[in-house]
Design a protein. Structure first.
Length: 302
């Protein structure tokens, strides 16, 4: 596909999405080579949220950020199928404890449907919404899933339709994440559970990598959340924080199985008490420090 370039006519200045302040300072910059533009990541002077401003106008998202434009995104996603299924099982087990069993579940940004398919196998009534039609079509074709194409707001789900809403690696892409969290609250039943996972700007990797951090805001990532700012945004949208965890990375297990297919490590964790113990220790360390590459918040609708 012919390369596209961003210029000033494609951009808009925005205030802080968490507190509404327009007072910010430059934090880091990222050159996005795909569109030959250096995006500014700024930090809000009042609440500390890190976000991109100026940023790509929302109406141009389909032009610059589709699965067709980003080379090999589908094949890359497929290559990590085992990881998607493994993390889905871990995450669903915790959701089931908070929600007291399978119920109705929505996956926002469901991509090619691995999380939804795993949920359906565990007895959930699983629904999805996906902005890009290409992965949505593949998910329907492969797994027979119920998926709406478009944004969460355009899907127009009913009030209180879901017991759980799952939002992973999505909130950092949304132009107005606070409004989207308010919409999630609306479609959750009273006491319903929201899961929100994203990259951790306060993590050790983000600190060490500096301007080369792979998840720094740019064309695609509009926000960089820390545990503090993600929890604050959920609370402002009307949620009670239940727990914050550090993700499902394999940690020491992956290191022990280095040189072998990664599926061996996943299988070991799920079938061996010894490796399950090692995995749980790694997970506890990530959660205790919250210095890992991911943060995940489980919250209840007030």
């Amino acid at each position: 596909m012919q390369a596209k370039q961003v210029d000033a006519n494609h951009l808009e200045q925005v205030p802080c999405n968490l507190c509404g302040s327009s007072r910010s300072v430059l934090w880091r910059e990222r050159l996005d080579k795909a569109v030959n533009y250096r995006f500014r990541n700024v930090r809000c002077c009042d609440c500390g949220l890190i976000y991109v401003s100026p940023r790509l106008q929302p109406g141009l998202r389909a032009t610059f950020n589709s699965w067709e434009f980003i080379d090999d995104r589908e094949s890359e996603y497929e290559a990590h199928a085992a990881a998607h299924v493994f993390t889905a099982r871990q995450r669903l087990a915790r959701l089931e404890r908070f929600s007291r069993g399978p119920g109705t579940l929505l996956d926002v940004g469901c991509a090619m449907g691995y999380f939804l398919h795993t949920a359906a196998q565990r007895g959930w009534q699983a629904y999805g919404v996906e902005f890009d039609p290409q992965p949505a079509a593949r998910a329907r074709e492969r797994f027979g899933l119920q998926i709406k194409v478009g944004t969460l707001e355009h899907a127009k789900f009913e009030d209180g339709q879901f017991d759980c809403v799952h939002v992973n690696d999505v909130i950092e892409h949304l132009p107005d994440p606070l409004a989207s969290l308010c919409e999630i609250k609306r479609i959750l039943k009273p006491g319903g559970i929201a899961f929100v996972g994203t990259h951790n700007v306060a993590g050790l990797r983000a600190r060490l990598d500096g301007d080369s951090w792979r998840d720094l805001g740019g064309l695609d990532h509009l926000f960089c959340f820390s545990p503090k700012t993600l929890r604050a945004m959920l609370q402002k949208a009307g949620f009670e924080i239940l727990t914050t965890v550090g993700g499902e990375g394999l940690g020491l297990v992956a290191a022990a199985f280095r040189g072998r297919p990664i599926t061996h490590a996943f299988e070991a964790v799920e079938s061996s008490a010894k490796w399950r113990f090692v995995y749980n220790c790694s997970a506890l360390l990530r959660t205790a420090t919250l210095l890992g590459s991911e943060i995940q918040v489980y919250a209840r609708r007030r």
